[in-house]
Design a protein. Structure first.
Length: 112
């Protein structure tokens, strides 16, 4: 599902699909993406769904929508479940170590 979602986003970004077609595709495929348990696809689909809501409610401009959709298509996908104070993760760029930010419980800070 992730590859199909990224391919569809790329089609929008290169002008093959218009925004309405992208939204229709997402609405049609959203439940299948959620059911797939493909965390990367679920994260991007949820973020894209929220982005459409923000656009439709006037909280982002068309230009901001395109910029944020482009960022979603390039997003390195890593889902973290942090049980300890530090954790190591592997991303597309290699292995990195993070620790919890003591001031923000939901934020991780990269350990140099």
């Amino acid at each position: 599902m992730l590859q199909q979602l990224r391919d569809t986003l790329r089609q929008f970004l290169d002008g093959t699909l218009d925004r309405r077609a992208l939204e229709d595709w997402l609405v049609t495929h959203l439940q299948a993406i959620l059911d797939s348990n493909d965390q990367g696809a679920v994260e991007i689909a949820n973020a894209l769904d929220v982005l459409f809501l923000k656009l439709n409610d006037g909280f982002v401009t068309d230009e901001e929508f395109v910029e944020r959709a482009a960022a979603l298509s390039l997003r390195p996908l890593t889902t973290l479940v942090v049980a300890a104070s530090t954790t190591s993760i592997t991303t597309e760029s290699g292995s990195e170590t993070y620790r919890r930010d003591p001031n923000q419980i939901d934020r991780l800070v990269r350990v140099a």
